[in-house]
Unconditional design. Sequence first.
Length: 130
Amino acid sequence: MIAKFLALVFFAAQAPTQPALQPAPQDAPAADALSPLPADQQGAIRCSAAFALVAERQRQGDEAALVYPPVGERGREFFVRTGARLMDETGMTREAVEARLRAQAGVILAEGSLDEIMPACLMLLDASGL
């Protein structure tokens, strides 16, 4: 799942003129993709998307992303655990979780908020024990 998502994140980062939010795939239940989540779950999705964006940029050697500690391995584990937790706690399908993560990455790119949210996400990553 993360490899597919990173490829999508990379594509989104390369095409900033594309709309930030893509509709959920037809096979993903619309209600799952759009229903509100508690703040802790929404924050975990936002940070998972941020880690994926930073990890891809770090992999590419982007100097702005290299100011952060490496998030490839720890961020990937956070990403995976967040997805599994959401599926367990909400009953969402993998496709619905993937749609939320894609949408959140698009929002972060559209807002230009990656640098703003990374400090809090790094604190959340440290608090997770990963």
